[in-house]
Design a protein around this ligand. Structure first.
Ligand code: AMP
Ligand code: MG
Length: 481
């Protein structure tokens, strides 16, 4: 017995998915297994190491699995697609982990489904390893995220813009794969009963504390607003750019989901965009908090009929909650900033203090991650910090204001709030290029570095550095679809 499945989505939500099977992988090979996560899920890593190629490619269906493709819709770059759904993914089932939490096990890249819309249903090795790496890095940073359980190569060659690429399947683990777009799918069809059913399911699964709430759908909406506001604040604090914040890529659980052209910002600039398909910069770093609100308004629209029988009152209720998005986001961001800056207590000027540092960083091209990390050294001496700024005069004017606000044990607390190692774009690309050439060494090293992002270790100096200047300015990420 490998998995002890309890498939609530399949059981409770008929009509929300299509039963489906993975396409056969001609020569599956288990490339990487996340043994720590396997153990957390109550699985036997040794057994999975032996049988993983079959299971994680979709060739072998473990006992108790119920593979299905979930239906969802979504606003993609502002335009509504009423039918997206799992076009290349299959939920194979749910398990309860060692902490009693229900987790989805999903294969991504396992072949065409009824939702594939003309695409091949496959995933290429590069993007699979990218999602593996960045998801694990986010987890180590303490940010809610789906995680990678395994990566297999299928033995198949798939065709992408770049040419022929090795096919792969990522097995990922999520609190659930319910998205804003899942609600939109049924709302767009006028199926209020299913929106209601999905809401009840999502409450039971993700927000059980709302079971006794007087206005459950409204309380649910508010809980999702809070979870997603907290999440986006966490992204902003580490310089993470999701890259495709479409409503189908926003999880109701508040986890980060669907790592595509995401990347970490280096020099601080709110306009930073890496995704090659984001031509207008809709999902630029600095736009993410606004997109958060926009996406939540789409969720509100889907929930409207549940909020009040009177349409006008329903809109009023939704609007009241939507108007709190900015303040909620700001509260999470500011709390995180206080920790990053090592401030004592809370003072009204803290937001301005943070923003003034950001202004100096932006004007002087300072690296986001290193500036905050070196700030903890600057409690005593700004010698390591100043060279990160082209011109340090604004920084020098700011430092005394900041020092006057420091908590007694600031340096120590700041080191725990400011990572030194993030997935630097050039390091990620190096690791993926080596993996494609058959050398998993750099991938494994990077994974290990990123598993402990807050502890400075000798020998890892290169992992803390920004990309060489020419790399950074040209860097573009791809969806890989
Ligand atoms: P994504 O941009 O990866 O979040 O995907 C958006 C939509 O496109 C989802 O419905 C995916 O299932 C679908 N999709 C992405 N890549 C593929 C592919 N290679 N084959 C089929 N469907 C895909
Ligand atoms: Mg997606």
């Amino acid at each position: 017995m490998t998995f002890i499945f309890d498939n609530s989505y399949a059981r409770d939500l008929p009509g929300f998915y299509v039963d489906w099977r993975a396409s056969a992988a001609p020569a599956p090979r288990l490339l990487r297994l996340n043994r720590g996560l396997a153990e957390e899920l109550g699985l036997d890593p040794d057994l999975l190491a032996r049988e993983g190629a079959g299971i994680f490619s979709g060739n072998a269906l473990p006992e108790g699995a119920h593979p299905l493709a979930q239906a969802y819709a979504g606003h993609q770059f502002g335009g509504f697609s009423p039918q997206l759904g799992d076009g290349r993914a299959l939920l194979i089932g749910e398990v309860t982990d060692r902490n009693g939490r229900r987790r989805d096990i999903q294969l991504k890249g396992s072949g065409r489904t009824p939702f594939s819309r003309g695409a091949d249903g496959k995933a290429a090795l590069g993007p699979v390893l990218r999602e593996y790496l960045i998801g694990e890095a986010m987890h180590a940073l303490g940010i809610p995220t789906t995680r990678a359980l395994a990566a297999v190569t299928t033995g198949e060659t798939i065709l992408r813009q770049e040419g022929e690429l090795p096919g792969a399947v990522l097995t990922r683990v999520a609190a659930s794969h319910i998205r804003v777009g899942t609600f939109q799918f049924f709302a767009a069809r006028g199926d209020e009963a299913k929106v209601r059913q999905l809401t009840a399911y999502a409450i039971a699964r993700h927000y059980p504390e709302l079971a006794a709430a007087p206005e459950q759908p409204l309380a649910f909406f508010e809980a999702v607003v809070e979870a997603q506001a907290a999440l986006v604040a966490r992204w902003m604090l580490v310089g993470f750019i999701h890259g495709v914040m479409n409503t189908d890529n926003m999880a109701i659980s508040g986890e980060t989901i669907d790592y595509g052209p995401c990347a970490f910002m280096e020099a601080y600039d709110p306009a930073t965009v890496y995704s090659s398909i984001d031509l207008q910069g809709r999902y630029a770093y600095g736009n993410q908090p606004l997109v958060l609100g926009w996406n939540l308004a789409r969720l509100a629209e889907a929930l409207l009929p549940l909020l009040d029988p009177d349409p006008q009152r329903a809109v009023t209720k939704a609007t009241e909650v939507l108007e709190t998005v900015g303040a909620r986001y700001r509260r999470h961001w500011l709390a995180g900033m206080r920790a990053k800056l090592g401030l004592a207590g809370e003072e009204p000027g803290d937001g301005t203090l943070a923003e003034d540092l950001l202004a100096a960083m932006q004007a002087q091209g300072a690296d986001w991650t290193l500036t905050f990390r070196r700030l903890s050294d600057a409690v005593a001496d700004a010698g390591m910090l100043r060279p990160l700024f082209r011109d340090a005069s604004a920084l020098d004017a700011w430092l005394p204001r900041w020092r006057a606000r420091l908590a007694p044990d600031a340096a120590e607390r700041m080191a725990a709030a400011n990572p030194l190692y993030i997935p630097r774009n050039h390091k990620v690309e190096q690791a993926l290029a080596a993996a494609l050439a058959g050398d998993m060494g750099p991938f494994d090293t990077l994974l290990e570095v990123l598993a402990d992002p807050f502890t400075e270790r000798p020998g890892l100096e290169a992992h803390a550095l920004p990309a060489p200047a020419d790399f950074g300015s040209r860097y573009r990420t791809f969806c890989g679809t």
